[in-house]
Structures are given as structure tokens and as C-alpha cells.
Write a protein that binds this ligand. Structure first.
Ligand SMILES: Cc1cc2nc3c(=O)[nH]c(=O)nc-3n(C[C@H](O)[C@H](O)[C@H](O)COP(=O)(O)O)c2cc1C
Length: 161
């Protein structure tokens, strides 16, 4: 088994490296996956952008046995079911891993524009609960939610197969 990942700002890479260490597997960026064995089992980890797991299309033809996706919020945005359907991974185990984000002012290009739009949308909501306030603060100030314990469900699933 090997691990493939796509990570723009490093949060997902940290999970990939942790998973590699915990399972004794190697972790590769999706575009650097060795072509060698087409049947080799792959666990894929990617960051979510607008509901799409980034980098997943690069490994579609390979033997991906599970998909992990990282976002900033407590749960996947918009939600697990939408992410699973949007990425056509209904046939595989899916794990959401809470990642993190850089402060908005450190983002660049399209990422910054999209996040600024998302922030505006969150701020315009009339009823702001604690989770929404947290989301707004995380986008503005940055947030690091990477925790080794978040990988437990993945490790648990691996141990039962
Ligand atoms: C432009 C943009 C769009 C995003 N869209 C989503 C999304 O649709 N759902 C979600 O859960 N997280 C979304 N995120 C949050 C990222 O997936 C999260 O910050 C992730 O942990 C970053 O991983 P990385 O550091 O490996 O690139 C978005 C982030 C950016 C910058």
C-alpha cells in the first residue's frame, strides 16, 4: 500500500506524512506517484476546493482503496454526501480530516478571491452561531486543525480489512 496526496498549503501533506509513518508506507505527491505497479493499493488524501477533492483525478486510473479529504471546518463543506457525490467516490470509504488554512491575507490569486467571497457570504448570514463565528475567525486569522488523532478512523478501518 502506498499513500498519494495533493496539498497546496501543507495541511494535507502533514496528514499524508503522519499516515505514512503510522502504516510504514511511502507518501507521494499525486503527480510524482511511481508508475510501477498499477494494482498497488493507494490511499488518497486531497484538500477540498469548492467540494472537489483536489488531485483525485490524477489517480483515477489507479487502485484507490480509500479517499481522505481535508477542509478547514469541523465537518466537510458543504457536507460529506455532497463531497462524495461530486467526486464520484460512492464505492470507497471516505474520511474527512480537519486541516487548516492560512490567514486570508496570505492567500493568493483565485484562492484568495474565492475565500473572500466565501467569507462575505458567511458574514452576511443573519444568525451567527458559535460554529459560524469560528469559521469567520479561522478564515480571517488562519487556523491549524491537524491532529494525529483525526487519523484514528482511517487507521481503525485499515486494521479491520
Ligand atoms: C479557494 C478555497 C476553496 C475551498 N473550498 C473548500 C470546500 O469546498 N470545502 C471544504 O471543506 N474546504 C474548503 N477549503 C478549505 C481547504 O480545503 C483547507 O484549507 C485544506 O485543509 C487545505 O489543505 P492544504 O494545506 O493541504 O492545501 C477551501 C480552501 C480554499 C483556499
Amino acid at each position: 500500500m502506498i499513500i498519494a496526496y495533493e496539498s497546496k498549503t501543507g495541511f494535507t501533506k502533514r496528514y499524508a506524512d503522519m499516515l505514512a509513518e503510522r502504516t510504514g508506507s511511502k507518501a507521494y505527491r499525486a503527480k510524482e506517484l511511481p508508475p510501477a505497479d498499477k494494482d498497488e493499493e493507494i490511499i488518497f488524501l486531497g484538500w477540498i476546493m469548492a467540494g472537489k477533492v483536489q488531485g483525485l483525478d490524477k489517480v483515477r486510473k489507479r487502485n484507490v482503496i480509500a479517499v481522505c479529504a481535508s477542509g478547514t471546518a469541523r465537518t466537510a463543506e458543504p457536507d460529506n454526501e455532497t463531497v462524495i457525490a461530486r467526486n464520484k467516490i460512492e464505492d470507497k470509504p471516505f474520511f474527512y480530516l480537519r486541516g487548516g488554512c492560512l490567514p486570508l491575507k496570505e492567500l493568493k490569486g483565485l484562492d484568495k478571491i474565492l475565500m473572500a467571497m466565501f467569507l462575505k457570504m458567511l458574514k452576511s448570514r443573519k444568525e451567527k452561531d458559535e460554529e459560524l463565528e469560528e469559521g469567520i475567525s479561522n478564515i480571517e486569522n488562519g487556523f491549524d486543525g491537524v491532529r494525529e488523532e483525526n487519523l484514528e478512523p482511517v487507521l481503525q478501518w485499515l486494521s479491520t480489512r
